[in-house]
Design a protein around this ligand. Sequence first.
Ligand SMILES: [Cu+2]
Length: 94
Amino acid sequence: MKTMLLVLAMLAGAPAWAQAPEWVKATVVRSEPARKLVTLDHEAIKSLPMEAMTMPFKVKDAALLAKVKAGDKVRFRVALQDGEPVVTAIEAAP
Ligand SMILES: [Cu+2]
């Protein structure tokens, strides 16, 4: 029982990014792995929320940008970290 309560307490305290956020469609405008930045022309992001726009995003890891380049149609996941949107996943649109 103690273990169960501990698990529940951990789940309740889990940060927002632990819940898989939605995939959002976008077109890559500029990819800058050296700066851990990617500029995306993105659709509306319900989870933030944010309307469709073109803007630069920080990426969690520069390696995420290894397979994307300007002009690519992609889908990505974004989460708030310290109140700032950060791309946590990005891949070619299916
Ligand atoms: Cu935006």
